[in-house]
Design a binder for this molecule. Structure first.
Ligand SMILES: *Cc1c(COP(=O)(O)O)cnc(C)c1O
Length: 399
């Protein structure tokens, strides 16, 4: 085991900022009133929630009344899809999405298919991109919803969201985007981009876990999601998670204020890592678009090895990274995203995702590049496929 501790998995989750913890603390045991209560300690909580709502709205160019707090990004995605499907089914039962969405969207689509809806899963190109023309061509008279992720959590590819939004608007179809990976990394303006619904999650931008937001543009037909009290205007009932809501707003405020610096730093770490892996390790392939990708995302396939073994050996050297997404690892199926960009099963199995964040430095990349080539070589030497490949090369040379 190593005494190093280098976290390179910020797409899975991020540490909570000290300023965020500090902002949250009073709401656990000092300002603990129920926001629905009318006495002053309750009104304090209510006020904190409404201020947070204003901050979140401001970060994406929305109105506060269009912001609904949820229990996670997954919940926001579920609500966006199920809610819009249910409320608009008189108009039609067709939904358009992509084959590389997060499981929060894909599994919800499968659920809707089992309940009478029809879903078109647009294929992506080798870089993980879809084109606005593809979306346009898939639209039918009975299409009620388009759901396309802003940035992919595995390969980092960023979609042409504004152009897709324009098409959806022209055709009068509701447009949802899962912006969980994009928030804090990309400037988002829901008005300018014609986004009708947007999901985000605080723990991906240095806020607490278990709190998300669904933005729903005023006038969009959406059904109520959790029934009970009057919280979130009756649409998502249940006593609010006040500390988490306050923490989310604080984290977002800091993320937006520092976005340019943060992106510059992450892009430099990313591009250096991509360059050095391509220089120092043979038989590799960069997954995702080379330029239109999240600033901190690096995703490579290494021929002849298993991603899981690579992760274990990296972990022994004190490096935390991921193969595919956190939800996919743990199962032996290769990532649906890597298969969708056309990787064969064996190659998809040998993939590594590194996602940089605020605490990372060039020294972390130095260390990564000190250990990674050796680990890859070691694993390849144990691989029968690699041995076969080398034999074949030898015979090609000698004949
Ligand atoms: C993490 C993630 C989610 C799920 O958000 P949770 O808050 O963890 O439930 C959804 N979509 C994308 C793209 C993600 O990266």
């Amino acid at each position: 085991m190593s005494d190093r501790n280098i976290y390179l998995d910020h797409s899975a989750t991020t540490p909570v900022r000290p300023e965020v913890i500090e902002a949250m603390m009073p709401y656990f045991n000092q300002r603990y009133g129920n926001p629905s209560s009318i006495y002053s300690i309750g009104r304090d909580s209510k006020k904190a929630i409404e201020e947070a709502r204003q901050t979140v709205a401001g970060a994406i160019g929305a109105q506060p009344r269009e912001i609904f707090f949820t229990g996670s990004g997954t919940e926001a995605d579920n609500w966006a899809l199920k809610g819009a499907a249910l409320a608009n089914q008189q108009k039609g039962k067709h939904i358009i999405t992509t084959s590389i969405e997060h499981h929060a969207v894909l599994h919800t689509c499968q659920y809707l298919e089992r309940n009478g809806f029809e879903v078109t899963y647009l294929p992506v190109d080798i870089d993980g991109l879809i084109t606005p023309e593809q979306v346009k061509a898939a639209i039918r008279p009975d299409t009620i919803l388009i759901s396309i992720m802003f940035a992919n959590n595995e390969i980092g590819t960023i979609q042409p969201i504004a152009e897709i939004g324009k098409i959806a608007k022209e055709k009068g179809i509701i447009f949802h985007t899962d912006a969980v990976q994009a928030m804090g990394n990309v400037s988002i303006d829901v008005e300018g981009m014609n986004i009708d619904m947007l999901s985000m999650s605080a723990h991906k931008f240095y806020g607490p876990k278990g709190i998300g937001v669904l933005y729903v543009k005023k006038g969009v037909k959406q059904s109520y999601f959790i029934h009970g009290g009057a919280q979130e205007r009756g649409r998502r009932a249940g006593t609010e998670n006040v500390p988490a809501i306050v923490g989310m707003a604080k984290a977002l405020e800091i993320a937006i204020a520092n976005m340019d610096n943060y992106n510059q730093k992450l892009t430099a770490l990313r591009d250096r890592t991509i360059r050095e892996i391509e220089e120092k390790i043979p038989f590799v392939k960069l997954n995702g678009h080379r330029k239109d990708r999240l600033p901190g995302n690096v995703n490579f396939s290494f021929d002849f090895i298993e991603g899981e073994s690579l992760l274990l050996l990296l972990d022994m050297k004190g490096i935390a990274a991921s193969s595919g997404s956190a939800c996919t690892s743990g199962s032996l199926d290769p990532s649906h995203v890597l298969l969708a960009i056309g990787l064969p099963h064996e190659t998809a199995h040998g993939s590594l995702r590194i996602s940089f964040g605020e605490e990372n430095t060039d020294a972390d990349v130095d260390y990564l590049m000190e250990v990674l080539p050796g680990i890859v070589q070691r694993l390849r030497e144990m691989s029968p496929l690699y041995e076969a490949h080398c034999k074949q090369q030898e015979t090609q040379v000698t004949v």
